[in-house]
Design a protein around this ligand. Structure first.
Ligand SMILES: [Zn+2]
Length: 231
């Protein structure tokens, strides 16, 4: 009779080794490699201690599965302000910039080998422009004073607010619809007043943006899709 598996684990492979290792495959399958004689309890405890890591890794793999590998060729789609925009590679000399947006993304042929960083740079510049514009709009509307805006590459959060009043936003946020961007802006502005996520904080967010819940839910559900490289 096969021994029952610990939660989250799909398969245990016993091998001649000294330590236990966990592998999350690209398809999301979780495999544990364990010494031949390691007691099941030991394996269970090890898996339990790595529970959060396993869940994160699984989410990452799921995300990879929905974000296809990038080749930067004609017809590939890239998100910007909630829209999937077509990519077209154009001959050198057609445009001055390596990458431009004119209904489609136009990428110069010679920029193709470095396209990942070219795109990232483009998004960061747009993020700088858009976030400054949206923050100014909402700060003026509701009388908030902030120090400055910073564009980050954070993987785990869309925005943050420092004690000195610096508002940081992840550049990937500009892949989301403007509604959603605005929610993150309002969220961070509210942190200028209330640092934590208490009821008082959410009441303030609700006062500033009564429709914030729909926008927040969109981000929770689709946040993993706002990526250039699937990471
Ligand atoms: Zn917050």
């Amino acid at each position: 009779m096969p021994a029952s598996l610990p939660p989250l684990v799909d398969e245990i492979i016993r091998a001649r080794r000294k330590t236990i290792a966990i592998l999350v495959q690209r398809d999301g399958k979780v495999i544990v490699r364990a010494p031949v004689r390691a007691p099941m309890k030991l394996i269970q405890d090890f898996v339990e201690s790595k529970k959060d890591w396993i869940k994160e890794k699984k989410a990452l793999m799921q995300n990879r599965a929905v974000t296809p590998a990038r080749h930067f060729v004609d017809g590939e789609k890239f998100l910007f302000l909630g829209e999937k925009i077509n990519l077209r590679v154009v001959p050198d000399g057609t445009q001055r910039a390596a990458l431009s947006l004119n209904k489609e993304f136009l990428l110069s042929k010679k920029a193709q080998p470095a396209a990942m960083s070219v795109f990232e740079k483009w998004y960061k510049l747009e993020a700088q422009r858009i976030m400054a514009e949206r923050v100014t709009l909402y700060a003026e509307k509701h009388g908030f004073r902030y120090q400055k805006i910073r564009i980050s590459s954070a993987r785990t959060r869309w925005g943050s607010c420092s004690s000195r009043g610096t508002l940081s936003f992840c550049w990937r946020l500009v892949m989301a619809p403007m509604d959603v961007i605005d929610y993150v802006v309002v969220h961070e502005l509210a942190h200028l007043k209330i640092k934590n996520h208490s009821d008082v904080f959410w009441n303030e967010v609700n006062r500033l943006m009564p429709t914030y819940k729909i926008r927040r839910d969109w981000l929770k559900k689709n946040g993993l899709l706002l990526t250039l490289d699937g990471e």
